[in-house]
Design a protein around this ligand. Structure first.
Ligand code: ADP
Length: 621
């Protein structure tokens, strides 16, 4: 094969452009990325050889670094799994990472990209921060051909046949940029290279050889005593493990001894990756058996709602030939899973008590995912609720349930809450809060989609002695005493005859949507409000289920009209006179109530037209 030219997938090309122009200050990390890839390739080779006995075990696995100061080149070479031609195209010419599109979109709005580069982790492409040309020579394990991939990062690359490598593996050679900037580091300089490897790659479990000497200690960080390890070492290990350029929020060490022995080093990232919510598979824990890497993203080691936790678990008690398929039924794995879970709960509890600011960062990033556990894991629902933070009508801070309970008014029956749209300020404007606020009650504001489900199921999930969640949107939850309720009922009764014509018109306009229409004396400044019927499904859940493709029968709701509001009072009179305009007004009120529920008007064009007509009426003679 002569040389063949390829174009980078458009997203990859965009990312490359970003790298070439990057002003990211820590360019050193390109070498960490290359060594990390080499180390992964050696892991993969070892595992493939275990599975396929035809392939010879690698007897001398290592990573070799070479540099030439005169030619300004730097190479990272491994005798790992290597790549064939298709794999070079697939792995280096495209980006398979989920969340790439989102990343690029976000990066367009941030001219420096640096913070974002940190969140995304661009891996191999980071070489273009320091090199103007890159050559990759690779031979796949089990094949005879060697290919040369060459690129200057400017949109295209070439792949050609190359002279056969003695052994499978990959050599990445960087032609370093000639830099006019005298402060810029010389990445072909021996001490610069040593410094970077010592700082970032010391714990890599394969030897890193430079100038014929192994320069990393290869000590598994989770096997070393805590007192020996610096914060920096933890951070670098985390970055190697996760390919996240950001520092982790915290690390958690586990040292379990007893009937099952294992060590663990877990991390909570400081920010949610782009795809955490879309892709429940992201994240993960790597499994090691007696310091030997077995697999990454071992889902059986961690509960799904803790999928943001990253790290390593290492046990001596598991058989080396364990496979993903049987992991789930392995009692030791179950023991490990339970104890990591316990430890994570305990550490989060400590963090909540000791460092509120940091805890809030955790909660902002991962609270939505963590809360899924309330539904998934009944056994620990109480633990999770104790760790949950909520928004509240009392102030602009986050609050725990315990803090809310300490502020409850004497005799208050339970925890008042309102769940809804993901927009906090919209939720705060809900007319449903009015009666509670005016009576001095605090209401928790729940803005995550999962909150609706938690509220709906709380009574089955929570232990009997726990304080009840009272959904203020529900028709049977009111802040009023029996006497006050009676008084409101009497007011409604007195109004019944006058209200009837308006009710009739509204029910004629929305026969499918409304169960009933009734006057209310508790809505404060809002003219109208939609309420779910007892046992009915809320608008949010209805929309969520529809979006998920599930069938939901059309739900009828209750339209409450504020009998103390001048607009409603006027409409009551107009309806009695059979005024044709009442219908349109009722439509506007209904759509307004939908908007306050976080939904859209039934027919936006008609809604806009009605508002236009009203403005014309008000403003134009
Ligand atoms: P990441 O390592 O985060 O997946 P990279 O851009 O660094 O992203 O690498 C992309 C892919 O290219 C890797 O997942 C791997 O499959 C392949 N690759 C990179 N370097 C090597 C190497 N030295 N040996 C074998 N495969 C490699």
């Amino acid at each position: 094969m002569s040389e063949e030219k390829f174009y980078f997938q458009s997203e990859a090309a965009e990312l490359l452009k970003m790298m070439i122009s990057s002003v990211y200050s820590n360019k050193d990390i390109f070498l960490r990325e290359l060594i990390s890839n080499a180390s992964d390739a050696l892991d993969k080779r070892r595992i493939e050889c275990l599975k396929d006995t035809e392939l010879a075990e690698n007897t001398d696995p290592k990573i070799i670094i070479t540099a030439d100061t005169d030619k300004k080149t730097l190479s990272v070479s491994d005798n790992g799994i290597g790549m064939n031609k298709d794999e070079l195209v697939k792995y280096l010419g495209t980006i398979a990472k989920s969340g790439t599109k989102e990343f690029l979109k976000a990066a367009k709005n941030d001219s420096t990209h640096n913070e974002l580069i940190g969140q995304f982790g661009v891996g191999f492409y980071s070489v273009f921060m320091v090199a103007d040309k890159v050559e990759v020579l690779s031979r796949r394990l089990g094949t005879a051909e060697t290919y040369r991939f060459t690129s200057d990062g400017e949109g295209s690359y070439t792949i050609a046949d190359a002279e056969q490598r003695d052994e499978c593996g990959t050599t990445v050679t960087l032609y370093l940029r000639q830099n006019d900037d005298s402060d810029a580091k010389n990445y072909s300089d021996e001490w610069t290279i040593r410094g970077i490897i010592e700082k970032y790659s010391d714990f890599i479990s394969w030897p890193i050889v430079f100038k014929d000497k192994t320069i990393n200690t290869q000590k598994a960080i989770w096997q070393r005593p805590d007192s020996e390890i610096t914060e920096d070492e933890y951070k670098e290990f985390y970055k190697h493990l996760t390919h996240d350029w950001k520092e982790p929020l915290m690390h958690i060490k586990i040292n379990a001894e007893g009937s099952t022995n294992f060590k663990g080093l877990l991390f909570i990232p400081s920010e949610a990756p782009f795809d955490l919510f879309m892709n429940p598979e992201s994240g993960g824990i790597s499994l090691y058996i007696n310091r030997v890497f077995i697999m990454n993203d071992c889902k059986d080691l961690i509960a799904q709602y803790m999928r943001f936790v990253r790290g390593v678990v290492d046990s001596e008690d598991l058989p080396l030939n364990i496979s993903r398929e049987i992991l789930q039924d392995e009692p030791i794995i179950r023991v490990i899973r339970r104890s990591t879970q316990r430890k994570i709960f305990a550490e989060l509890k400590k963090l909540l008590a000791d460092d509120r600011e940091k805890y809030i960062r955790f909660w902002t990033a991962f609270g939505r995912v963590f809360k899924e556990g309330i539904i998934q894991d009944r056994e620990h629902a109480k633990n999770i609720l104790e760790l949950a933070l909520f928004r509240t009508t009392a102030n602009d801070e986050w609050t725990t349930l315990a803090e809310y309970e300490s502020r409850m008014k004497p005799g208050q029956e339970g925890i008042y809450c309102l769940a809804g749209r993901d927009n906090l300020s919209a939720l705060k404007a809900s007319p449903k809060l009015e009666p509670f606020m005016s009576k001095g009650y605090e209401v928790l504001l729940m803005t995550d989609p999962v909150d609706e489900v938690i509220l709906a199921q709380a009574s089955f999930i929570l232990p009997a002695e726990a304080k009840k969640f009272l959904n203020v949107a529900s028709d049977d939850v009111t802040p009023y005493t029996d006497d006050e309720k009676k008084e409101n009922d009497e007011k409604a009764k007195a109004l019944e005859a006058d209200f009837e014509p308006l009710k009739k018109i509204a029910l004629e306009v929305f026969p499918e949507k409304l169960e009933t229409v009734r006057p209310s004396f508790t809505l404060g400044n809002s003219p109208a409000c939609l309420r779910d019927t007892l046992g009915g499904v809320s608008l949010q859940i209805e929309n969520m289920m529809r979006a998920a493709g599930q069938f939901v029968p059309e739900q009828k709701r209750i339209l409450e009209l504020n009998a103390e509001h001048p607009v409603i009072q006027k409409l009551i009179t107009m309806a009695k006179d059979n005024d044709g305009k009442v219908k349109d007004m009722v439509k506007v009120l209904y759509d307004q109530s939908l908007i306050l529920e976080g939904a859209s008007p039934e027919n936006p064009a008609e809604f806009v037209k009605l508002i236009d007509d009203l403005m014309t009426l008000a403003l134009v003679d």
